[in-house]
Write a protein that binds this ligand. Sequence first.
Ligand SMILES: [Zn+2]
Length: 423
Amino acid sequence: MTATLEPKDRQQLLDRFLRYVKVDTRSDESSESSPTTEKQKDLSRMLAEELKALGCDDAAMNEWGYVLASIPANLPSDHPAAGKVPAIGLIAHVDTYFGTSGKDVKPQIIESYDGGDITLNAEQVLKAADNPNLAKCVGHKLIHTDGTTLLGADDKAGVAEIMTAIAWIKANPNFLHGPIKIAFTTDEEVGRGTEHFDVKAFGADYAYTLDGSDLGEIEDETFCADTANVTVVGHDVHPGYAKDKLVNALRVTAAIIEGIGDELLPETTEGREPYLHPYIASGDVTKVDLKVLVRAFSVEKLNEREDFLKKVIADVEKRFPKAKISVEISESYRNMAYKIREDPKVLDYALEAVERIGVTPIRQAIRGGTDGARLSYMGLLTPNVWAGGQNFHSVREWVSLEWMSKAVEATLEILTVWVEKSA
Ligand SMILES: [Zn+2]
């Protein structure tokens, strides 16, 4: 049976979303604590209570602000898949982007979008021409901001969708499913969303984050990421008497950055192209620490870029023979596709489920990392499914309720596919 949301389910999905976005859960990049902001727990506490009210008795928030809960399988003992369905995790994050205010969010609702520009406030207009996805949402119920804060669809759309899937499952006891594990995490936006994630205790065999954007999107690829830490040591001499003696670490660093060229930078690449990104240079004439991000979709391409950087440095060393330059490469994360390829059904079943609900799946490679990528390397394969939000992290964020509803239906269908394939 393919689950379809009724108007009342959609209304509940909307009500949940509106309730969650009004809770300020902005994370803080500069904070060392966990969670980085205590206010994230305001939403987590609310979710734990709502889960309990839905009948998830084990729902609880831990000290890191994560909410964990589970739903046991409900297959009758004579069902061919009874006891054989892997536990499926559903994951979303409660925090919102640290760079944009998430306080006093005033969500604005368009009952049926007409295809035109959307006025956010006296100064700001969301232009249909700049937002090609708006054209796909004519007739949809849209939620946008008043132009002063972010909306928080990243990732409260995902949170509301998972909560609605759970509510639907509880309300439809005839819907057969295997064990379900739920996690709402904190601090995803500051890259620390899996810092305290105990994969073993969570108990899922496979998982999905609902944290993507466009309808149908399934992301199973991320960048491979390294950081090159370049240290340039010069030789400082009184500039009045410096002839043939002074080696200026700043000029050496500038030569390295110049040597990287214009073509393979984040600002000049897209799609599956790799890049080198010099992003921090700190120091003075004597010594400079330069950090360069290296990104590519394969380890081979990543190594190619690193070799190129080393060659640039070797050339600069020839020009400044008295400078001492060293490079140390540190690994950040790897493309989760490498892990998913080892056991691709987690992806295949999601693609099949999306097709079954009448949506064309769009496989995407993310030019970044995700919590799912890190989890995949921690032993829990976790592709990312769309949640519907657009213009993430900005005051121009908006979301379509239909795309959110479809994400709930896809989630339920994924659970069904897992049951069928386990029989
Ligand atoms: Zn997100």
